[in-house]
Design a protein around this ligand. Structure first.
Ligand code: PLP
Length: 347
């Protein structure tokens, strides 16, 4: 199997003593969004991270963080999580013989993600608080006890996540003009930007993209320029009020002449449906914030029509079907009868 850490080893903190572990992360598809692109008048590509082993981009950073933890002799790892980091940490820890401790906000995790942390055998602890409270706690614990923090504060997470930019340039032959991302703790926008810069320095890309980050309106500390005490959004993966990589996200925005904006839950869910209905891809709500951002920017008239735009779909929709299943009562139940059936389906 082609290993992410091996393919890009010269661009990552991989040394001769780093174990080249893998669960098959990375090498995700860059899918041309033909219909949505045409609607908006841009060449739109979706970097679909839902095909990673635990169903989100977190695996790119986690494989690097876990490899370095093993290299340094660690026995256990800890993280705070809105869901996907815990799923990823738990999977890699299980496969490579580390203990995983994950701390999550009680009642605020999508069921699929919680099930992942559980099946992989992590020690799961719920806190009566939000993600920001969980992160503060695990930071303190990892300072005082022999356990490695694998949130994106761990620089190896960011290093691993740069590989998504490398893959995009490998496919397109250059950086896109714009790159759209959902922004939660802001590690990923930081990582993509560093990846594009590094690839340009390597001579693999000629230009750099404008970095376009989108937060949810109820959890938009960067846009509002102050921490949000009680962040709220249907997009639980970006339900974060005080992002750890706040400053670096602003640097990515400003250095790239990009933009960080916000979209409403309604816009997020509309985009999620559109991506499924028009392109056949089921992403989770947080992921759709990127495409909601593209739609918003297209309406504001920033595109000429010849730009190449990439939007990252950060995670697989199967992790979080709750919002969609709220409409389950729309499914019709009919008598077991052929004529009733023909009438129902409208032949
Ligand atoms: C973690 C996550 C995000 C947010 O990424 P950050 O690096 O925290 O900004 C967005 N979408 C999904 C699905 C995630 O798991």
């Amino acid at each position: 199997m082609l290993k992410l850490l091996e393919k890009y080893s010269n661009l990552l903190p991989v040394t001769s003593s780093t174990p080249l572990i893998t669960l098959g992360e990375g090498f995700t598809p860059l899918i041309q969004a033909r219909k949505i692109g045409e609607m908006l008048g841009v060449n739109l590509y979706l970097k679909y991270e839902g095909t990673n082993p635990t169903g989100s981009f977190k695996d790119r950073g986690m494989v690097m963080a876990i490899a370095k933890a093993i290299e340094n002799g660690a026995r256990s790892v800890i993280c705070a999580s809105t869901g996907n980091t815990s799923a990823s940490a738990a999977a890699y820890a299980a496969a490579f013989d580390l203990r995983a401790i994950v701390v999550i906000p009680a009642g605020k995790i999508a069921m699929g993600k919680l099930a992942q942390a559980m099946i992989y055998g992590a020690k799961v602890v719920q806190i009566n608080g939000n993600f920001d409270d969980c992160l503060k706690l695990v930071k303190k614990v990892s300072d005082d006890y022999p356990v490695v923090l694998v949130n994106s504060l761990n620089p190896n997470r960011i290093e691993g996540q740069k590989t998504a930019s490398f893959e995009i340039v490998d496919v397109l032959g250059d950086s896109p003009d714009y790159h759209f991302l959902p922004v939660g703790n802001a590690g990923n926008i930081t990582a993509y930007w560093l990846g594009y810069i590094q690839y340009q320095k390597e001579g693999k890309a000629k230009k750099l993209p404008k970095m376009m980050g989108f937060q949810a309106e109820g959890a938009a500390p960067i846009v509002r320029d102050h921490p949000v005490k009680h962040p709220e959004t249907v997009a639980t993966a970006i339900r974060i009020g005080n992002p750890a990589s706040w400053k670096r996200a602003i640097a990515a925005r400003d250095e790239s002449k990009g933009f960080i904006g916000m979209v409403s839950d309604e816009e997020i869910l509309k985009a999620q449906h559109l991506i499924a209905l028009k392109e056949g891809i089921f992403c989770e709500p947080a992921s759709a914030a990127s495409v909601a951002g593209v739609i918003k920017m297209a309406k504001s008239g920033i595109f000429n029509g010849d730009e190449t735009v990439v939007a990252t779909l950060t995670g697989n929709g199967l992790k979080d079907p709750d919002v969609i299943l709220r409409e389950m009562d729309k499914i019709s139940t009919i008598p077991n009868d052929i004529s009733a059936f023909i009438k129902e389906v409208g032949f």
